[in-house]
Design a protein around this ligand. Structure first.
Ligand SMILES: Cc1cc2nc3c(=O)[nH]c(=O)nc-3n(C[C@H](O)[C@H](O)[C@H](O)COP(=O)(O)OP(=O)(O)OC[C@H]3O[C@@H](n4cnc5c(N)ncnc54)[C@H](O)[C@@H]3O)c2cc1C
Length: 378
């Protein structure tokens, strides 16, 4: 039975939730993290993390290379007519599965004394400057602050009637881990008609293949195998990787209704972190870094609020919105614009041809969707 009165309740134990929990535990805040699923668990994700988060992860006492993360420094893009573009990544990154990374962060949070409760939050009420969080198993918990870290699409988005949830989204994602040959220092984006597939290595020497496409392109085929055969494998590099590798998951993992609509970083007085606050197009490979960075922003402000350096909730919320926008608005816009341009069937091949002829533009575009190495103060 979890404690009933807390400083902070965090809803969702993905990257944003776990990082917030670990950060807040360093300042002895009374925190409860509620996650609906068990650990470890596979998630649909490209599993390439930008190095911008490394200084902060180290500050939190988490080193991904202890868990065999791969150092990634090279980038390759192939067009659906099989042309290659290569570039150095400006900052680089690392490859680690969500199965491993979330699990290790979960263990770290437990070790730091965070209380973790497995349940689904079904409602949150705000009254008399305090929150009441209600779970599926009928627990009613009170806290001064709630962090919403419940990901890109949750039952709570429906409960709170968030605007984006009312719009249908046409995107779906598929992930599979395979064993085979692939350079461990490379992340590749292989385009096909209607989408693209990210490829990079993670721990255990597995290759992560993760693609995103739209439902219109997918629905003409009877299943994933037929879609891959008829659409993905028109890209000969992708076909070669798939045909020369052995699946390591029983079947591919899928998610649908991926939305890139604008969200608000604060709703119903809840500080939203990670995908709950806004999702960058996966093409940019920066969603995890944004989840981690937003957790840092929220945690620092919450500590100031609990220590009464920030004296009103209004001030806390205004500061979070301001900092969130300053950190993420530009890269979200850049990400959406790039994804939009590459979705135009008539334009994408022309743009890719420009990049092939002027490869120095590639790192500049990547920089627009990424941040600088994170600063750590406390
Ligand atoms: C196809 C695809 C490829 C991607 N590739 C990359 C990539 O290569 N690099 C990158 O940086 N980013 C990538 N991303 C983005 C990245 O996966 C997300 O930005 C990141 O997972 C966000 O973390 P989060 O903590 O906000 O959400 P999540 O990791 O989704 O965590 C949310 C958690 O909340 C829990 N939850 C939800 N509702 C409730 C509830 N009511 N009660 C309790 N718990 C709840 C869920 O179970 C979940 O564990 C990709 C995304 C997609 C879709």
């Amino acid at each position: 039975m979890p404690k009933q009165h807390l400083d902070v309740i965090i809803i969702g134990g993905g990257l944003a939730g776990l990082i917030s929990a670990i950060h807040l535990s360093k300042h002895n805040a009374e925190v409860l993290l509620i996650e609906k699923n068990n650990y470890p668990k596979h998630k649909v994700c490209g599993e390439y993390v930008s190095n911008e988060v490394l200084p902060y992860l180290n500050f939190l006492g988490f080193n991904p290379f202890e868990y065999e993360a791969k150092h990634i420094s090279e980038f390759e893009l192939t067009t659906h007519n099989n042309k290659h573009i290569k570039a150095k990544l400006p900052l680089g990154g690392f490859g680690i599965s969500r199965y491993e990374m979330d699990f290790q962060l979960y263990k770290k949070a437990l070790k730091n004394g965070i209380e973790l409760f497995q349940d689904t939050v079904v409602d949150v009420n705000f009254k008399d400057d305090s929150f009441q969080v209600i779970t599926k198993s009928n627990q009613i918990l009170q806290s001064k602050i709630v962090i919403g870290a419940f990901g890109k699409r949750s039952n709570l988005d429906i409960q709170f009637q968030r605007k984006f949830i009312k719009k249908k989204s046409p995107y779906l994602g598929v992930k599979i881990h395979m064993s085979g040959d692939f350079p461990e220092n490379k992340v590749a984006l292989h385009n096909f008609k209607g989408g693209y597939c990210g490829v990079s290595k993670v721990e255990n020497d597995h290759i992560n293949l993760c693609y995103i496409t739209n439902y219109e392109a997918f629905k003409k085929f009877k299943d994933i195998d037929a879609f891959q055969e008829e659409v993905l494998f028109k890209n000969s590099t992708l076909k070669q990787i798939y045909n020369n590798s052995i699946p390591e998951l029983e079947k591919p993992l899928t998610i649908s209704q991926i939305s890139f609509e604008t969200k608000k970083p604060v709703e119903n007085h809840i500080l939203m972190c990670g995908d709950s606050a806004g999702m960058i197009h996966p093409l940019c490979g920066n969603g995890m870094a944004m989840a981690i960075r937003s957790a840092q922003l929220a945690s620092n402000l919450i500590i100031d609020y609990l220590q009464e350096k920030i004296t009103t909730r209004k001030q806390l919320e205004a500061l979070y919105v301001k900092q969130w926008k300053r950190n993420f608005s530009l890269r979200l816009k850049a990400g959406h614009t790039i994804a939009y341009l590459f979705r135009q069937d008539w334009l994408a091949p022309k743009l890719l041809e420009v990049l092939r002829r002027l490869p120095f533009l590639v790192p500049l575009i990547i920089k627009m969707t990424h941040g600088k190495p994170m600063k750590v103060s406390r």
